[in-house]
Design a protein around this ligand. Sequence first.
Ligand SMILES: C[S@@+](CC[C@H](N)C(=O)[O-])C[C@H]1O[C@@H](n2cnc3c(N)ncnc32)[C@H](O)[C@@H]1O
Length: 221
Amino acid sequence: MAKKKLVRYEEIHNFPNVIFTQIVDAQTRSVDRKWSEHTFEKDQETVVEIGCGRGEYCIDLARRNPHKNYVGIDLKSDRLFIGAQKAMEEGLTNVMFVRIRVEYLVPFLEEQSLSEAWITFPDPYNRKESGRKRLTAGSFLDVYKKIVKPGALLHLKTDDPTLYEFSLESLAERGAKILFHTDDLYSATKELGDATAVQTTYEKRYIKEGRRIKYIRFTLS
Ligand SMILES: C[S@@+](CC[C@H](N)C(=O)[O-])C[C@H]1O[C@@H](n2cnc3c(N)ncnc32)[C@H](O)[C@@H]1O
């Protein structure tokens, strides 16, 4: 591991706004920590960002919506480090981070505990055999269905046309209710709230390059 990554890997264990999980049993997909170990300053609804990377999206959501709590999850601790440090510098108490794979969320989180979910610019994994790794593949949708409350809104944003089409098919296969979708988010006339109001560095770059942002709003039950 590069030195900077190694330092971050060590330091993140001491961050008060990060839960760092380790796998206990790969078969049962259980980890050594529990979500219930953490309490937010305010007891209010909790929203998850799946694959949050450096946490830019959920930090901005947390700034805009102090009446909600946010949890960003990602498997890469060096990326989470940047988000968690920023949140601490800003004194944001309604956002925290968990280092965990999506695959392990079900035993970690209480079922039906989250009120909304954002899947922001997931890796497209466009090699044929990698489709199952896409964060909108059926097995991941099954995880989200368990952790969100019935009727909770889920949002997907992507710049990747293949991932967008794949996600529409995958959602249809799982019987999801697609409430709105567009292959050109910023041309849509509908008021889309945080979907258009929040942009990460990467999203701004994609827009500058002329790439169209795609968006799907859906429920899983
Ligand atoms: C392309 S990045 C996008 C990061 C961020 N959402 C953004 O818009 O800047 C995708 C992120 O998903 C994370 N990821 C991919 N597969 C994952 C999995 N199975 N469990 C948890 N995180 C995952 C990666 O580590 C990466 O940080």
